[in-house]
Design a protein around this ligand. Structure first.
Ligand code: C2E
Ligand code: MG
Ligand code: MG
Ligand code: MG
Length: 291
């Protein structure tokens, strides 16, 4: 182990700085390797979009899915987005990756909605760094028109932080996206900035209640109060609410009675491949309505 190696190094009177140094080098090398591999991942077909069902609480109907990226690395196996999205943001690769994700999501929406009377909405995560690109809205609209995807079939998830970022003209980008009918959701709502003024200034359709509140809502009165407040605020502002990270029927029930409209989480389904998601839809297992 690292500890025993350190102990050994001290013991033998060697320079421990050298040990730390080599440890750092391994980390840096790993990071450089990931970064290099990331640039090749698309060409190597190692990226895949997974889909996690989103459910209308009262009817129990599946109304859409969130697109979540997965990287199946040839040697390292599955790498979670939490491990590589920030690298892609730092080195700018997110712009290329983001475009790929957008196109995949559009094609999926088209495929899923081909024979549906009530179209599903695919939610796509946008990184803050993608807004540094003034062409972000043009990129999204181009993906829609190239694939033939209807703007109503796409929702974009952004974080609170991006609305406060004065480096980019986020307002202009969001207006250009809203105009043809794309909807906008605030992801991980409640974990970011406390200033709420932006909620009325920006064209926002949906608040996604962060999973940290949902996971504690049954035990912590504070989390329950926070969720209630978010739902009531959303309702006053004519916004939709979706709870993330719903893992039990008890949570789903309580959220529904609190007036939350939609839910997403392991209780309804884990993120899955498009093939699995199509099968999931075919099973037509409408969840028990809660009213
Ligand atoms: P997020 O957008 O907040 O996504 C929700 C995360 O919670 C997902 O993790 C999902 O798998 C996980 N999750 C869903 N239901 C449950 C549940 O019931 N319990 C628990 N414990 N977890 C649940 P994932 O897929 O690892 O994604 C992590 C983050 O990486 C995402 O957080 C998002 O910020 C980012 N990300 C994922 N895909 C993309 C993408 O295509 N583009 C960008 N820019 N970011 C992405
Ligand atoms: Mg999200
Ligand atoms: Mg989230
Ligand atoms: Mg998150």
């Amino acid at each position: 182990s690292a500890d025993s190696a350190l102990f050994h190094a001290k013991d033998s009177g060697r320079n421990t700085l050298c040990f730390y140094h080599s440890g750092l080098t391994i980390q840096v090398r790993e990071r450089l390797e990931l970064e290099n591999d990331l640039r090749r991942a698309l060409a190597r077909n190692e990226m895949q979009l997974f889909f996690q069902p989103q459910i209308h609480l009262h009817s129990g109907e599946v109304i859409g899915a969130e697109a979540l990226i997965r990287w199946q690395h040839s040697e390292r196996g599955l790498i979670s987005p939490d491990r590589f999205i920030h690298i892609a943001e730092e080195n700018g690769f997110i712009v290329e990756l983001g475009e790929w994700i957008m196109r995949q999501a559009c094609m999926t929406a088209l495929q899923l909605n081909r024979d549906r009377s009530n179209p599903l909405v695919i939610s796509v995560n946008l990184s803050p760094r993608q807004f540094a690109d003034p062409e972000i809205s043009a990129m999204v609209l181009q993906a829609l028109s190239d694939t033939g995807c209807h703007p109503h079939w796409i929702e974009l998830e952004i974080t609170e932080g991006i609305l406060m970022d004065r480096r980019y003209d986020v307002m202009k980008s969001l207006q250009d996206l809203k105009e043809p009918g794309i909807s906008i959701a605030i992801d991980d709502f409640g974990t970011g900035y406390s200033s709420l003024g932006y909620l009325t200034r920006f064209p926002i359709d949906t608040l996604k209640i962060d999973q940290s509140f949902v996971s504690q809502m049954l035990e912590s009165q504070q989390s329950a109060v926070l969720i209630r407040t978010i739902i009531s605020m959303a309702s006053s502002l004519s916004m939709h609410t979706i709870a993330e990270g719903v893992e039990t029927s008890e949570q789903a029930y309580k959220l529904a009675t609190m007036g939350c409209e939609q839910a997403q989480g392991f209780y309804y389904g884990r993120p899955m491949s498009i093939t699995q998601f199509e099968r999931y839809l075919q099973r037509q297992t409408n969840f028990k309505p809660i009213s």
